[in-house]
Design a protein around this ligand. Sequence first.
Ligand code: HEC
Length: 210
Amino acid sequence: MHRSAPHPVMAPVLAPVMALALLLPAGCASLPEGGSRQAKIDEAAVMERSAAVAQSFQGKLQAQLVAALQEGGPVQAIGVCKDAAPQIAAAESAASGAQVSRVAERNRNPAGGLTEEMRPYYARLAEAPLVDGRPATALWRSGTGAAERINVLRAIPMQDKPCSTCHGTNLSPDVAELLHALYPADRATGFAPGELRGAMLVSWPVKMFE
Ligand code: HEC
């Protein structure tokens, strides 16, 4: 008989609770115990899919790079690298659902610098770019709620051939000139084999693994 009548006590009790919820940062309101905020996800699956995406990117780019070097030499290959790398990254991103890019502390492409967030992970890769003969990796989560991401960095070690032609210590004058013209702020020369040249960044929405 009285069921549909509004409960007189409800409004005054709820109002302060809701006001408090609004003051808390998003994502923390319903989680009093802090550290347990992150849902568990299968990190091995993330690593496996990230490695597949990174290898696909690198395989395609390397094939175009080597073909261009053989056909037209390094000056032609620089142009191929400049156009192909962003295109392959965009295609791999669309196909996988991840954001795929290359980053470096000493970068050539000005869009490929490090963010503050990735710096400690990159530094760890730089200490040992290869682990048991395989590229070192680092994984971390960032963001909150629907924007939460899981990120994987995968080392790209410097090799002598073919990398030294365009990233080494002794560039030919025509290569150096073209690189300077295309990338006036180029920092990606002077590398020795075995050093960390850069890293693949594969960044997924966490919800893809929940
Ligand atoms: C023919 C010249 C050439 C060769 C050879 C070459 N690169 Fe590059 N590399 C470039 C250019 C040009 C860019 C910038 C591409 C862009 O604009 O996105 C680049 C960018 C990169 C980047 C992205 C980060 C940055 O500095 O912008 C990495 C990592 C990289 N190269 C690694 C390598 C490795 C490893 C090798 C050997 C397997 C190699 N490169 C061989 C020309 C070359």
